[in-house]
Ligand binder design. Structure first.
Ligand SMILES: Nc1ncnc2c1ncn2[C@@H]1O[C@H](COP(=O)(O)OP(=O)(O)OP(=O)(O)O)[C@@H](O)[C@H]1O
Length: 585
């Protein structure tokens, strides 16, 4: 139960609702327990008439009618309060579920990229959905049924003992057996349903991948083998479902059997006690039969609740495991630190924790505000890593990066990231309209500003060519943009943000050279007072930069302007000549 202590803060937050729930439950149960007593009374009245203790039939009738009215009233009140009981406890559990999901999501967002590399997306999603749902079962139904059971036990057993102590003992003896059996059954059901869930998610992943990669499947004519794999997987899934159905099918028969056994005990022992005179009224036996049936479900829930608590505990352990992880990159500066954009790399080296690859080795360079720097180099030479370090997606292993003379760690992290417009290598667009995708970095932008940014990214004409224009929805629900269109929408997003620092990570690779030229000219105009980084494999993209650095294996092997570099022997000149001849061909 230690892990579940994490939820105490939420119980405290909703304490008033929970206390009200408690009172409501007690009222609901007290009214429910009046009913058997009234039924017992009614039987006694009839018994007295049969035994000629009462001779006036009108008296019997009025007694019975009064009892019927009281029973109806008690049932109505009990039903109303049972409804309110669910409304309080279950509603609180939904609130806590909502709060916990938010807490986990917010924490995920704070965690560094390394965390996302170490953990699978499926696992992250499971903890925020499945695990939180299991925890909700503890804060909602488990607590509600426990309060219900305890109240009912105290009221009912107390009353039963007061009228027939020996009969009570015999009646309740089978109940713990019911409780333990239901517990064992719940554990077995849980085990099997976990396996069913696993197979279900395997099946979902397989189906999702097959549909995402349907063009590859069709192109390679792999429909039949894919179908065979699907049938195998769904066959296994069906077997696991049947296993589960078998144990689930035992639940109600087991309950009915044990209730039946308790009823027989009441009739047998109660009957004997009535014959030998220990019990005076037949009504007591009737009352006890109703009480036993009333107690059955709460007793069964003891077993069920224990297994819910166990599952919630296991889930909360998994949730706490992530919640206890500290973000590697944190904001330690509270005051605002606006940025102009003079960036200085001073002997920076960086090694990725997970792969142990040293991506950057003793990198030093400087870019002033208003300047553009081009970064050229072979694949894997460390170009993207430089951009990631500027946005503090990772912290340097040694050396220092300074912006406006201030070390990155001494800058307010929010201000730093607000000051950067980043266009990644693989443009990522959300399943939303093109308009909203562009506005992602600047939600308050006007339509005209959005169009202006799209024009500068040379994608406006493409967008208005779609029948729904800027309202065109992208992704699974909508159209798929070409690689070059995606890159340009992503560039428009960064331009609209209008930050002092722009980072373009090889984001013109899917754009033809003419359009590239046009975009670069536009960028040149809008980045007059910005610091711009342009990473590329193409000389044409970087050639107009004020300064170009050439990376190889994490080291700067050349730097200078385009003109300086093409007049010096080396990688850049070779690349330039090669790409020039390709263009001529
Ligand atoms: N997230 C990461 N985790 C671990 N290693 C990484 C990660 N990203 C890059 N690397 C490694 O660091 C090195 C530099 O990668 P980087 O992405 O900076 O190169 P690049 O020059 O941008 O390459 P490309 O032109 O192909 O994009 C590579 O060897 C790469 O395998």
């Amino acid at each position: 139960m230690r892990a579940l202590r994490h939820l105490n803060k939420y119980f405290l937050k909703y304490k008033y609702r929970l206390i009200i729930g408690l009172v409501i439950t007690i009222i609901a149960r007290v009214f429910a327990t009046i009913v058997p007593t009234l039924v017992g009374d009614s039987v006694d009245v009839v018994e007295q008439y049969i035994n000629k203790d009462i001779t006036d039939i009108a008296e019997v009738k009025s007694g019975l009618i009064l009892n019927i009215l009281l029973i109806a009233g008690a049932l109505l009140i009990s039903a109303l309060f049972t409804f309110l009981m669910r409304q309080t406890f279950i509603v609180v559990s939904r609130f806590i579920e909502f709060d916990l999901k938010n807490e986990v999501f917010q924490h995920y967002e704070k965690l560094s990229l390394n965390f996302y590399k170490k953990n699978r997306t499926g696992d992250l999603m499971n903890r925020i959905s499945e695990d939180v749902s299991r925890v909700r079962m503890y804060v909602g139904p488990a607590i509600m049924y426990s309060v219900n059971t305890i109240t009912l036990f105290v009221v009912v057993i107390g009353y039963m003992i007061s009228i027939a102590p020996e009969l009570t003992l015999y009646t309740v003896t089978p109940l713990p057996i019911l409780s333990v059996s239901i517990y064992k059954l719940s554990v077995a059901i849980h085990k099997r349903s976990t396996i069913v869930q696993e197979f279900l998610s395997k099946l979902t992943t397989f189906t999702q991948e097959s549909f995402s990669g349907i063009s590859v499947i069709k192109a390679y004519g792999l429909e039949s083998p894919t179908q065979k794999n699907f049938i195998e997987l769904s066959d296994k899934s069906k077997d696991k479902n049947l296993d589960l159905a078998k144990v689930q099918a035992l639940f109600f028969p087991l309950m009915v059997l044990l209730i039946g056994f308790s009823n027989i005990l009441v009739i047998y022992i109660g009957g004997k006690q009535f014959i030998d005179g220990t019990i005076q009224d037949l009504g007591v036996i009737v009352e006890f039969i109703i009480f036993v049936n009333m107690l059955t479900w709460p007793v069964a829930t003891v077993g069920w609740v224990s297994s819910i608590v166990q599952q919630a505990e296991a889930s909360q352990v998994r949730i706490n495991e992530f919640l206890s992880q500290e973000p590697e990159i944190t904001n330690t500066v509270t005051q605002k630190t606006p940025i102009t954009g003079n960036i200085n790399f001073d002997n920076v080296s960086f090694t990725y924790d997970d792969t142990n690859i040293t991506a950057l080795k003793n990198i030093s360079f400087e870019v002033k505000n208003g300047e553009t720097i081009g970064i050229i180099g072979k694949t894997g030479s460390g170009k993207s890593t430089i951009l990631d370090l500027i946005g503090r997606l990772y912290d340097v292993s040694s050396g220092e990066i300074r912006i406006d003379g201030v070390p990155l760690k001494d800058l307010n992290l929010t201000n730093l990231r607000e000051s950067i417009g980043y266009v990644p290598q693989d443009a990522f667009l959300f399943s939303d309209s093109i308009q909203n995708n562009i506005k992602f970095g600047n939600e308050n932008a006007t339509d005209d500003q959005v169009y202006e940014a799209a024009k500068n990214a040379v994608v406006h004409k493409n967008i208005i060519g779609f029948s729904k224009g800027y309202d065109t929805v992208l992704g699974e629900r909508g159209i798929t943009l070409s690689g070059g269109q995606k890159q340009r929408v992503s560039i428009a997003r960064a331009i609209l943000k209008n930050p002092p620092v722009l980072l373009f990570d090889d984001c013109l690779s899917a754009v033809d050279t003419e359009t590239e030229e046009e975009i670069l000219n536009n960028l040149h105009k809008i980045s007059k007072n910005k610091t711009t980084f342009i990473v590329s494999h193409r000389v044409s993209t970087a050639k107009n930069a004020n300064k170009i650095i050439v990376l190889e294996d994490g080291k700067i092997i050349q730097q200078g302007s385009h003109n300086q570099l093409i007049s010096t022997k080396g990688y850049y000149k070779d690349l330039y000549l090669k790409q020039l001849s390709e263009k001529e061909i």
